[in-house]
Design a protein around this ligand. Sequence first.
Ligand SMILES: Cc1cc2nc3c(=O)[nH]c(=O)nc-3n(C[C@H](O)[C@H](O)[C@H](O)COP(=O)(O)O)c2cc1C
Length: 161
Amino acid sequence: MALDITILVGTMTGTAQLVAQELELRLDGGDTTARAVLMDNLTASAIEPRKLYLICSSTYGQGDVPDNAKQLYESLQTLRPDLTGMSYGVIALGDRTYHDTFCNGGRRFDRILSDLGARRIGDILLHDASAGTMPEEVAAEWIDGWMALCREELGEKSAAC
Ligand SMILES: Cc1cc2nc3c(=O)[nH]c(=O)nc-3n(C[C@H](O)[C@H](O)[C@H](O)COP(=O)(O)O)c2cc1C
């Protein structure tokens, strides 16, 4: 089944962008299209409800989304579009030394998207910067399982239509 994935990147210092670029390189080709897009200047109207998204976001401040993701996050909260039909995965980057707010940036996106009717595929990938693993390598290992789940779940959905 052909998949068209938009990777939305929330980042402060570029790590999430590096992860997204690695995934874009791995995924784009054959029957899969993948495009990494920085969240800068995006608002809720940029989200197309029938599409497949991968949110790749770090965490800053008191467990907030990074600065370049704030406009999108806040407009989702304010405009509250109906996102029924949208499917998404989440890669959340954080650091476990921030105990109470670990990976909250990605978790916040998960919460608002599911509140608005979108369906998450698979578990959130939580990356801990203090663990000493490279996030782009962890994500590259995780992505095949996520893609398999997407094919399974979206294939079933189109068969049911
Ligand atoms: C000032 C600052 C605040 C941070 N706050 C959190 C936090 O509250 N929770 C968390 O899990 N990680 C936090 N982090 C860790 C980053 O999210 C993590 O290092 C991430 O990999 C950075 O990705 P980026 O370069 O894409 O922004 C913080 C890092 C910095 C420098």
